[in-house]
Design a protein around this ligand. Structure first.
Ligand SMILES: [Zn+2]
Length: 270
Protein backbone atom coordinates (compact mmCIF):
# COMPACT_ATOMS: atom_id res chain seq x y z
CA UNK A 1 0.00 0.00 0.00
CA UNK A 2 1.47 3.38 -0.93
CA UNK A 3 2.40 5.38 2.14
CA UNK A 4 3.44 9.01 2.36
CA UNK A 5 6.98 8.40 1.01
CA UNK A 6 5.66 6.63 -2.09
CA UNK A 7 3.15 9.42 -2.70
CA UNK A 8 5.86 12.06 -2.31
CA UNK A 9 8.15 10.11 -4.64
CA UNK A 10 5.30 9.90 -7.14
CA UNK A 11 4.85 13.66 -6.90
CA UNK A 12 8.54 14.31 -7.50
CA UNK A 13 8.58 11.86 -10.39
CA UNK A 14 5.53 13.34 -12.09
CA UNK A 15 6.17 17.05 -11.56
CA UNK A 16 8.80 17.60 -14.31
CA UNK A 17 6.59 15.84 -16.87
CA UNK A 18 3.26 17.35 -15.86
CA UNK A 19 3.80 20.87 -14.54
CA UNK A 20 3.23 23.65 -17.09
CA UNK A 21 1.65 21.14 -19.48
CA UNK A 22 -1.83 21.75 -20.84
CA UNK A 23 -4.48 19.06 -20.57
CA UNK A 24 -5.79 18.07 -24.00
CA UNK A 25 -8.39 15.52 -22.95
CA UNK A 26 -9.51 13.28 -20.13
CA UNK A 27 -10.47 9.64 -20.74
CA UNK A 28 -12.35 7.85 -17.97
CA UNK A 29 -12.59 4.13 -18.64
CA UNK A 30 -14.99 3.67 -15.74
CA UNK A 31 -17.30 6.16 -14.00
CA UNK A 32 -16.10 5.46 -10.47
CA UNK A 33 -13.09 4.30 -8.51
CA UNK A 34 -13.59 4.19 -4.76
CA UNK A 35 -16.05 7.04 -5.31
CA UNK A 36 -17.77 8.34 -8.44
CA UNK A 37 -15.48 10.58 -10.49
CA UNK A 38 -17.16 14.01 -10.44
CA UNK A 39 -18.31 15.57 -13.71
CA UNK A 40 -15.92 18.52 -13.22
CA UNK A 41 -12.93 16.31 -14.04
CA UNK A 42 -14.11 15.76 -17.61
CA UNK A 43 -15.84 19.11 -17.98
CA UNK A 44 -13.26 21.52 -16.54
CA UNK A 45 -9.83 19.91 -16.78
CA UNK A 46 -9.42 19.80 -20.59
CA UNK A 47 -7.76 22.98 -21.83
CA UNK A 48 -6.32 23.83 -18.44
CA UNK A 49 -2.62 24.23 -17.72
CA UNK A 50 -1.34 22.23 -14.74
CA UNK A 51 0.49 24.85 -12.68
CA UNK A 52 1.75 22.54 -9.93
CA UNK A 53 1.64 19.00 -8.63
CA UNK A 54 1.22 19.22 -4.88
CA UNK A 55 0.87 16.67 -2.09
CA UNK A 56 -1.27 16.98 1.04
CA UNK A 57 -1.23 13.92 3.30
CA UNK A 58 -1.52 11.04 0.82
CA UNK A 59 -3.41 13.05 -1.79
CA UNK A 60 -1.88 14.52 -4.94
CA UNK A 61 -3.35 17.72 -6.35
CA UNK A 62 -3.01 18.84 -9.95
CA UNK A 63 -3.57 22.58 -9.65
CA UNK A 64 -5.16 24.55 -12.49
CA UNK A 65 -7.01 27.88 -12.72
CA UNK A 66 -10.31 25.96 -12.91
CA UNK A 67 -9.64 23.92 -9.79
CA UNK A 68 -7.56 20.97 -8.69
CA UNK A 69 -7.83 17.31 -9.60
CA UNK A 70 -7.41 15.37 -6.38
CA UNK A 71 -5.86 11.90 -6.69
CA UNK A 72 -5.44 9.19 -4.08
CA UNK A 73 -3.58 5.94 -4.83
CA UNK A 74 -5.67 3.87 -2.41
CA UNK A 75 -4.31 0.37 -1.77
CA UNK A 76 -2.76 -0.43 -5.12
CA UNK A 77 -2.81 2.66 -7.36
CA UNK A 78 0.04 4.05 -9.42
CA UNK A 79 0.51 6.97 -11.80
CA UNK A 80 2.76 6.91 -14.86
CA UNK A 81 3.60 9.31 -17.66
CA UNK A 82 3.56 7.37 -20.93
CA UNK A 83 3.62 8.09 -24.68
CA UNK A 84 0.03 8.75 -25.71
CA UNK A 85 -0.09 5.76 -28.06
CA UNK A 86 0.83 3.27 -25.31
CA UNK A 87 -1.88 0.61 -25.21
CA UNK A 88 -3.92 0.56 -22.02
CA UNK A 89 -4.03 -2.57 -19.87
CA UNK A 90 -6.80 -4.03 -17.73
CA UNK A 91 -6.48 -1.80 -14.71
CA UNK A 92 -5.66 1.49 -16.48
CA UNK A 93 -8.73 3.49 -15.48
CA UNK A 94 -7.93 7.12 -16.32
CA UNK A 95 -5.82 8.89 -18.95
CA UNK A 96 -5.13 12.61 -18.72
CA UNK A 97 -3.65 13.51 -22.11
CA UNK A 98 -1.08 16.31 -22.08
CA UNK A 99 0.15 18.63 -24.84
CA UNK A 100 3.57 16.95 -24.61
CA UNK A 101 2.29 13.87 -26.46
CA UNK A 102 2.17 11.93 -23.20
CA UNK A 103 -0.64 10.74 -20.99
CA UNK A 104 -0.78 10.71 -17.23
CA UNK A 105 -2.24 7.25 -16.65
CA UNK A 106 -3.82 6.00 -13.43
CA UNK A 107 -3.68 2.26 -12.84
CA UNK A 108 -5.37 0.68 -9.84
CA UNK A 109 -6.12 -3.07 -9.70
CA UNK A 110 -8.10 -2.91 -6.47
CA UNK A 111 -9.85 0.40 -7.17
CA UNK A 112 -9.60 1.85 -3.68
CA UNK A 113 -7.99 4.92 -5.22
CA UNK A 114 -9.91 8.05 -6.09
CA UNK A 115 -10.07 10.96 -8.52
CA UNK A 116 -11.99 13.93 -7.13
CA UNK A 117 -12.30 17.65 -7.72
CA UNK A 118 -11.53 20.69 -5.57
CA UNK A 119 -12.88 24.05 -6.77
CA UNK A 120 -10.50 27.04 -6.66
CA UNK A 121 -10.13 28.57 -3.22
CA UNK A 122 -11.87 25.66 -1.49
CA UNK A 123 -10.52 22.79 0.58
CA UNK A 124 -12.04 19.41 -0.26
CA UNK A 125 -13.84 17.87 2.71
CA UNK A 126 -11.34 14.99 2.73
CA UNK A 127 -8.54 17.52 3.33
CA UNK A 128 -10.31 19.43 6.08
CA UNK A 129 -9.29 19.02 9.69
CA UNK A 130 -5.99 17.34 8.91
CA UNK A 131 -2.97 17.75 11.15
CA UNK A 132 0.34 19.19 9.94
CA UNK A 133 2.67 17.49 7.49
CA UNK A 134 5.22 15.40 9.40
CA UNK A 135 8.15 16.86 7.45
CA UNK A 136 7.08 20.45 8.10
CA UNK A 137 8.37 22.70 10.86
CA UNK A 138 4.87 22.70 12.39
CA UNK A 139 5.44 19.12 13.48
CA UNK A 140 7.86 18.73 16.38
CA UNK A 141 8.10 17.46 19.94
CA UNK A 142 6.50 20.54 21.47
CA UNK A 143 3.52 20.16 19.15
CA UNK A 144 3.04 16.48 20.04
CA UNK A 145 3.45 17.24 23.73
CA UNK A 146 0.84 20.00 23.63
CA UNK A 147 -1.70 17.95 21.66
CA UNK A 148 -1.29 14.86 23.83
CA UNK A 149 -1.95 16.32 27.29
CA UNK A 150 -4.84 14.58 29.01
CA UNK A 151 -5.09 11.84 26.41
CA UNK A 152 -5.30 8.27 27.59
CA UNK A 153 -5.24 6.66 24.12
CA UNK A 154 -2.08 4.66 23.35
CA UNK A 155 0.66 6.83 21.88
CA UNK A 156 0.71 4.72 18.70
CA UNK A 157 -2.99 5.36 18.11
CA UNK A 158 -2.40 9.06 18.81
CA UNK A 159 0.49 9.20 16.32
CA UNK A 160 -1.59 7.53 13.59
CA UNK A 161 -4.50 9.97 14.03
CA UNK A 162 -4.63 12.09 10.85
CA UNK A 163 -6.03 15.00 12.88
CA UNK A 164 -2.78 15.01 14.88
CA UNK A 165 -0.31 14.47 12.03
CA UNK A 166 -0.88 13.14 8.52
CA UNK A 167 0.80 10.25 6.78
CA UNK A 168 2.18 8.25 9.70
CA UNK A 169 0.77 4.79 8.97
CA UNK A 170 1.18 1.58 10.93
CA UNK A 171 4.66 0.78 9.60
CA UNK A 172 6.14 4.21 10.23
CA UNK A 173 4.49 4.56 13.63
CA UNK A 174 5.95 1.22 14.76
CA UNK A 175 9.41 2.09 13.46
CA UNK A 176 9.45 5.61 14.92
CA UNK A 177 8.31 4.38 18.35
CA UNK A 178 11.03 1.74 18.28
CA UNK A 179 13.67 4.31 17.33
CA UNK A 180 12.48 6.67 20.09
CA UNK A 181 12.33 3.89 22.71
CA UNK A 182 8.66 4.54 23.51
CA UNK A 183 6.20 1.71 24.13
CA UNK A 184 3.32 1.91 21.63
CA UNK A 185 0.90 1.07 24.45
CA UNK A 186 1.89 3.98 26.71
CA UNK A 187 -0.85 6.57 27.17
CA UNK A 188 -0.17 9.53 24.88
CA UNK A 189 -0.65 11.92 27.80
CA UNK A 190 2.07 10.12 29.77
CA UNK A 191 4.96 10.74 27.36
CA UNK A 192 7.32 13.57 28.30
CA UNK A 193 8.14 16.58 26.15
CA UNK A 194 11.70 15.35 25.74
CA UNK A 195 10.61 11.94 24.53
CA UNK A 196 8.12 13.51 22.09
CA UNK A 197 11.10 15.41 20.72
CA UNK A 198 12.83 12.11 20.04
CA UNK A 199 9.66 10.70 18.50
CA UNK A 200 9.10 13.66 16.15
CA UNK A 201 12.74 13.48 15.04
CA UNK A 202 12.40 9.73 14.44
CA UNK A 203 9.25 10.19 12.34
CA UNK A 204 10.98 12.82 10.20
CA UNK A 205 14.18 10.79 9.78
CA UNK A 206 12.37 7.58 8.83
CA UNK A 207 10.08 9.27 6.31
CA UNK A 208 12.91 11.34 4.81
CA UNK A 209 15.07 8.23 4.47
CA UNK A 210 12.28 6.37 2.69
CA UNK A 211 11.73 9.29 0.30
CA UNK A 212 15.46 9.43 -0.46
CA UNK A 213 15.54 5.74 -1.26
CA UNK A 214 12.43 6.15 -3.38
CA UNK A 215 14.36 8.57 -5.55
CA UNK A 216 16.05 5.60 -7.18
CA UNK A 217 12.68 4.54 -8.63
CA UNK A 218 11.96 7.89 -10.30
CA UNK A 219 13.33 6.78 -13.67
CA UNK A 220 10.49 4.25 -13.87
CA UNK A 221 7.90 6.98 -14.27
CA UNK A 222 8.66 7.23 -17.97
CA UNK A 223 9.01 3.55 -18.72
CA UNK A 224 5.96 1.53 -19.71
CA UNK A 225 7.19 -1.65 -18.08
CA UNK A 226 7.95 -2.19 -14.42
CA UNK A 227 5.44 -0.15 -12.44
CA UNK A 228 7.03 2.08 -9.82
CA UNK A 229 7.22 -0.36 -6.96
CA UNK A 230 6.34 0.46 -3.41
CA UNK A 231 9.49 0.66 -1.38
CA UNK A 232 11.00 -2.32 0.28
CA UNK A 233 11.31 -1.44 3.91
CA UNK A 234 14.27 -1.88 6.19
CA UNK A 235 12.29 -2.58 9.30
CA UNK A 236 13.37 -2.94 12.90
CA UNK A 237 10.03 -3.75 14.51
CA UNK A 238 7.07 -3.81 12.11
CA UNK A 239 6.14 -7.36 11.09
CA UNK A 240 8.88 -8.90 13.22
CA UNK A 241 6.94 -10.10 16.27
CA UNK A 242 8.79 -12.94 18.06
CA UNK A 243 12.08 -12.18 16.31
CA UNK A 244 15.06 -10.86 18.26
CA UNK A 245 15.08 -7.13 19.00
CA UNK A 246 17.78 -5.56 16.78
CA UNK A 247 18.98 -3.59 19.80
CA UNK A 248 18.94 -6.01 22.77
CA UNK A 249 18.25 -9.42 21.22
CA UNK A 250 15.20 -10.20 23.37
CA UNK A 251 12.12 -11.44 21.47
CA UNK A 252 9.91 -8.63 20.15
CA UNK A 253 6.38 -8.61 21.52
CA UNK A 254 3.26 -8.49 19.41
CA UNK A 255 -0.27 -7.44 20.28
CA UNK A 256 -3.34 -6.05 18.57
CA UNK A 257 -4.06 -2.40 19.04
CA UNK A 258 -7.45 -1.73 17.50
CA UNK A 259 -7.35 -3.54 14.15
CA UNK A 260 -3.60 -3.26 13.83
CA UNK A 261 -0.77 -5.60 14.68
CA UNK A 262 1.70 -3.84 16.91
CA UNK A 263 5.25 -5.03 17.55
CA UNK A 264 7.62 -3.62 20.13
CA UNK A 265 10.45 -4.51 22.48
CA UNK A 266 9.34 -4.67 26.10
CA UNK A 267 12.91 -3.97 27.20
CA UNK A 268 13.95 -1.11 24.90
CA UNK A 269 10.58 0.63 24.67
CA UNK A 270 8.99 2.01 27.82
ZN1 LIG B 1 15.16 -4.50 22.73
Amino acid sequence: MPELPEVETTRRGLAPHVEQRRVQSVLLRRPALRWPIPAEVSALLPGQRIDAVRRRAKYLLLDTDAGSALLHLGMSGSLRVLPAQTAATTHDHVDIALDSGHVLRFNDPRRFGSLLWQPPGETHELLQGLGPEPLSDDFDGDYLFARSRGRSAPVKTFLMDQRIVVGVGNIYAAEALFAAGISPLRAAGRVSRERYGLLADAVKAILAHAITRGGTTLRDFLSPDGAPGYFEQELSAYGRGGEPCPRCGRPLKQAWLGQRATVWCGHCQR
